[in-house]
Design a protein around this ligand. Structure first.
Ligand SMILES: [Zn+2]
Length: 279
């Protein structure tokens, strides 16, 4: 089928156009229906309660075709939908390169560093949270935990997934920092923050005074203005998500006195931008 899309984002946009502006996007229905046009369709989507395993794309040896599997023990419902989107992305983009399929852990599904994992992640993000609709939800509003929750509910994704979508789409200078047990696991920056060379390396200890570092004192606050010198040499607003497991924190950092990108910055090829975020 020579007219099939060739990139994760183009695949997602094609399916979004067919599905229409209805949210949340039903990945199960799309995967089962749309893949019928291929000779090796997705024949089933099923639970597979395997430890340390979030989702998988598995070849069906007897019948041919594929199964998408997901771990039903994933605690946040929104993460199941995102995981299904990720595996459906592997199917569309990678199955011919990987006849044995994929098994994806939590770190692959969100924030993964390998090329194919990043591509599946990008696909899931654009399928479940089309950019135009996402911008219509958040455009011009002050980012807050309530706004993130609104997005997570609308798209049936996790707060982390909606935070990463925001970072990717905002012209503001901002970063998402994911930490566990007080140390940075990884960070993702907006295009403006990348230009400003703001960066929080993996392994960095959460700074004293950071909202995310205050977990042990049972803070109820989830939004705070911090002075220069806590996170960066500029005033910083931090919105924090205290995840309910793994001692994980997700900080949205906003450097509101720094530059906003001009209109049109996003017309750069999105996958190049995505690439730069992860380097
Ligand atoms: Zn994967």
């Amino acid at each position: 089928m020579k007219s099939d899309p060739t990139t994760p984002r183009a695949w997602a946009n094609t399916l979004v156009r067919m599905w229409g502006p209805r949210f949340p996007v039903d990945v199960q229905q799309i995967a089962l229906e749309y893949s019928k046009r291929f000779e090796d369709p997705v024949r089933k989507i099923a639970e597979a309660p395997v430890p340390n395993f979030e989702g998988a794309l598995a070849p069906l040896s007897k019948r041919g075709g594929w199964a998408i599997l997901y771990n039903p023990n994933i605690r946040s419902a929104g993460r199941i939908n995102y995981t299904l989107g990720h595996e459906w992305g592997h199917y569309l983009c990678h199955r011919h390169q990987a006849p044995a399929g994929f098994e994806c852990g939590e770190s692959d599904v969100l924030g993964g560093s390998r090329q194919q994992e990043r591509e599946a992640d990008l696909f899931a993000s654009y399928l479940l949270m089309p950019l135009d609709d996402f911008r219509a939800q958040v455009g011009g509003q002050r980012m807050s935990l309530d706004l993130l929750k609104h997005c997570a509910d609308r798209y049936d994704v996790s707060l982390t997934a909606s935070a990463l979508k925001w970072i990717e789409s905002t012209p503001l200078c901002a970063a998402v920092v994911v930490a566990t047990n007080g140390f940075v696991l990884w960070c993702r920056r907006s295009a403006a923050a990348t230009r400003a060379r703001i960066f929080f390396p993996s392994g960095m200890e959460l700074p004293d005074g950071a909202l995310a570092a205050a977990r042990s004192s049972l803070v109820s606050q989830d939004d705070k203005d911090l002075p220069p010198g806590v996170w960066w040499s500029r005033p910083t607003r931090e919105v924090v998500i205290f995840a309910d497991h793994y001692e994980m924190t997700i900080s949205l950092l906003m450097f509101e006195d720094l530059g906003v990108l001009p209109d049109g910055w996003e017309n750069e090829d999105a996958e190049d931008v995505f690439d730069r975020f992860t380097r």
